[in-house]
Design a binder for this molecule. Structure first.
Ligand code: ADP
Ligand code: MG
Length: 729
């Protein structure tokens, strides 16, 4: 029996045929947001005055009184029960991965010995989950366990299964954020305020600036049976060993290929369920690597987009299992083929409908366009190390800075047209002279139709690329909560805009005309932020040298990159924008270092176990077969002939010994390295030790395991191989 068949038998759930996904009786426009308590449902289920109050709360951040909350809860309960909900949960995003929830039934004593269905405003607005087991980086001492979750009315509640899910922030009683959502909302508020102020130079009637996020989620699917036979995938989300498949992505055939039937059924099911939950899925396609796919919705307001991405990731896991798959969100599940990212398409837009990162129809619009581009670049330049820190993790390191990965450097690609426009503005002083009449400023950006600029040369190697009307932050990991990147980016851009405004206002106060002042400051900034601007191949070695020369952050060690959060410039920026206090930054960093250590620790443990329990015994068994064969040959042949005929096996026997000896000795060294690291008290030092001394040993040993995979009899090999896992049929 081939090993592939053996492993398929392992998974009971293995399904040869696609699961039938019945077509919904309604059209997407009808079932979209079926399970979401959106405005339409609010209007139907809430009294008029309550609906109006809620609109104020959602749109303008008005405070919510308990009477209104009670009325809203009553309407929600009625709606949710009509969909079969029996429980509620506050749904939040702790600093671990994923989301957390604690379910409570809709039941209360009725005071007469019975039960009634109840859901009060207080339950809706605030809860105290037992917070002691969520990481807090020492902010909230464990014995107190005093954290609470508070409703975020700007993200609508929804029903999933039998549960009414209430998006919430998660905060310590002392006020520090213990999650991603609270600081994200602060960063979005900061960028709204700063961008609105800057907009007033161009458009006095702007009242609000909204941040857009369109994420593109990449993922792998593997067969559940094969997955179950890989303890490394099961425990760490990636394969810690496995030789390249003879064929992987070199033919580029997967990217253009049609979607396999089983996968198509999964996608259809996922999309229908996602649409019902209000996630506006739009695009799906194969990615570069075999078994790799992508899903992208239409962009939304960032807070909502982040919630939708978190929801989608958990939905994916659930739906995949129904179809006999496991979804891998890890950034690098397989060596030798592409990893997965989550491009974050980011832009700012006004309440009057102007896309601030898009060129406009007249020269005033274009000056506004250049302003927002340049100040974004200023933010990215000033905080390039911090932005990298916002996306690093033990898992994303495999896409940034590690083996096979592009260098860990943040830079920005702009494309030819935008480059020329900036150059023109920087050098042509005649622009200023023409400023007498603001409608005749020639910025060297003629009426560029949006489509045209969108199709400018694309650079796939840039971690932060301008793509026509937005920036695409591509370094974000597939498994990550986008909020981390969005917090750092929006806070940094808010700071840049505040700083820009301060300098422009100073010039205006001295009597300079507004647009001339804007131009003068922009001209300075175009020069200042030049080091961040890079149009070349971001994956090349020359770039590493050049970037260091330019003063960009080139650190690749994750524990050291995390330090950037505590740079004086970062602390100041987060304080100015009211996003994080220093104490919060310190606490969060502790969690980041701890998480890093734990991830590598788990990898090292499972890897060591696999080496000793799976690989060495099997290699030794095969070696014995070869040794027996040599002995038996001795009984039949002799002399030169014997030597000739047994030469190959003798070489193999020796090679196997070399590999197994290396693996055994180094696995012991790995255990020792862990022991030494574990003795360190300081969380940062421990993470550094895991990075420097533990992680590299895994890679070193892996090389020998992968060599053994090529030698040992396929029937004996205890793990499904890449060629088996990577091609769904
Ligand atoms: P790609 O060509 O890179 O695959 P798509 O055109 O499919 O990109 O769009 C990727 C994501 O970018 C989608 O979620 C899309 O809605 C989003 N997007 C498009 N325009 C903007 C914008 N101005 N701001 C933010 N996101 C945007
Ligand atoms: Mg893209």
């Amino acid at each position: 029996m081939s090993s592939q068949l053996r492993f398929q038998v392992v998974g009971e759930a293995f399904k040869k045929h696609p699961v039938e996904v019945p077509a919904p009786s309604e059209r997407p426009s009808e079932f979209f947001a079926k399970y979401v308590f959106n405005r339409q449902k609010m209007k139907a289920f809430l009294p008029d005055n309550v609906f109006e109050k809620m609109t104020e709360v959602i749109d303008h951040g008005a405070t919510l009184d308990l009477a209104t909350a009670d009325a809203v809860a009553a309407g929600m309960k009625k709606w949710a029960m009509s969909l079969g909900a029996t429980h509620i949960t506050h749904w939040f995003q702790p600093l671990t991965e994923g989301t957390a929830e604690k379910h409570d039934g809709f039941v209360e004593h009725d005071g007469k010995g019975g039960m009634i269905e109840e859901f009060t405003g207080k339950q809706l607005v605030q809860q105290e989950p037992d917070a002691s087991s969520f990481p807090s980086g020492g902010i909230r001492s464990t014995f107190e366990a005093r954290g609470y979750s508070a409703w975020d009315p700007s993200s609508p509640v929804f029903v999933m299964g039998d549960t009414l899910m209430i998006p919430t922030v998660f905060i310590a009683y002392t006020g520090e954020a213990l999650d991603y959502k609270a600081p994200l909302k602060k960063a979005l508020h900061a960028v709204d305020k700063a961008a609105t102020d800057v907009c007033h130079y161009f458009y006095p009637d702007v009242k609000k600036v909204v941040c857009n996020l369109g994420w593109e989620q990449e993922y792998f699917l593997v067969d559940e049976g094969l997955y179950a036979a890989r303890p490394d995938l099961l425990m760490t989300g990636r394969t810690l060993m496995g030789h390249d498949s003879a064929k992987n992505q070199q033919m580029d055939d997967h990217y253009f290929g049609s979607i396999p039937e089983r996968v198509a059924a999964f996608m259809k099911d996922l999309e229908i369920q996602a649409l019902e939950l209000g996630i506006p899925c739009k695009t799906r396609h194969n990615e570069v690597a075999p078994n790799q796919f992508e899903l992208a919705p239409i962009f939304e307001e960032t807070n909502l987009a982040v919630d939708h991405n978190m929801l989608l990731m958990s939905l994916m896991k659930k739906v995949a299992r129904k179809h006999g798959f496991r979804v891998l969100l890890h950034e690098k599940p397989f060596a030798g083929v592409n990893g997965s990212g989550k491009h974050n398409n980011w832009s700012l837009a006004t309440d009057t409908g102007v896309l601030l990162h898009a060129p406009g129809k007249n020269q005033l619009d274009n000056l506004r366009f250049i302003t927002f581009i340049v100040e974004t670049l200023m933010a990215v330049w000033r905080h390039n190390g911090l932005l990298k820190a916002s996306i690093v993790s033990a898992t994303n390191a495999h896409r940034l800075g590690a083996n096979e990965a592009p260098p860990a450097i943040i830079s920005s690609f702009l494309g030819k047209q935008l480059c020329q426009a900036l150059e023109h503005l920087e050098q042509d002083t005649a622009i200023e002279e023409a400023l007498g009449d603001k409608h005749t400023i020639d910025l060297g950006i003629p009426q560029i139709p949006e489509l045209l600029i969108d199709n400018t040369d694309r650079n796939r190697t840039s971690p932060f690329a301008f793509t026509g009307n937005r920036f695409e932050f591509r370094a974000v990991g597939s498994e990550a909560n986008c909020a981390s990147a969005m917090i750092a980016l929006n806070a940094a851009v808010a700071e840049a805009l505040m700083d820009f405004k301060q300098r422009v206002d100073a010039r205006i106060a001295e009597g300079e005309e507004t647009l001339k002042a804007v131009l003068a400051v922009l001209r300075q900034d175009i020069r200042t932020c030049k080091p961040i601007h890079f149009e070349g191949n971001g994956y090349s070695d020359e770039w590493k040298k050049e970037a260091a020369h330019r003063g960009l952050d080139v650190e690749a060690s994750v524990p050291l990159v995390i330090d950037r959060y505590l740079d004086p410039g970062s602390i100041e920026m987060f304080a100015k924008t009211h996003v994080f206090t220093k104490a919060e930054l310190e606490a969060r960093n502790e969690i980041k270092w701890e998480t890093y250590t734990k991830k590598i620790q788990i990898e090292a443990r499972i890897f060591g176990d696999l080496c000793m329990n799976h690989i060495i015994p099997v290699a030794t068994r095969y070696q014995s077969v070869l040794i027996n064969n040599v002995h038996q040959m001795r009984e039949i042949f002799s002399g030169d002939q014997l030597q000739q005929l047994t030469a190959n096996n003798l070489t193999l026997i020796q090679e196997i010994s070399e590999h197994t000896n290396f693996i055994t000795t180094q696995t012991n060294a790995l255990i020792e390295a862990r022991r030494v690291a574990n003795r360190l008290q300081d969380v940062r030092q421990k993470a550094i030790a895991y990075h420097d001394n533990v992680a590299p040993l895994i890679e070193e040993i892996r090389y020998h395991v992968d060599k053994l995979e090529l030698i040992v009899d396929d029937e004996l090999w205890p793990l499904p191989k890449y060629r088996e896992i990577l091609f769904i049929r």
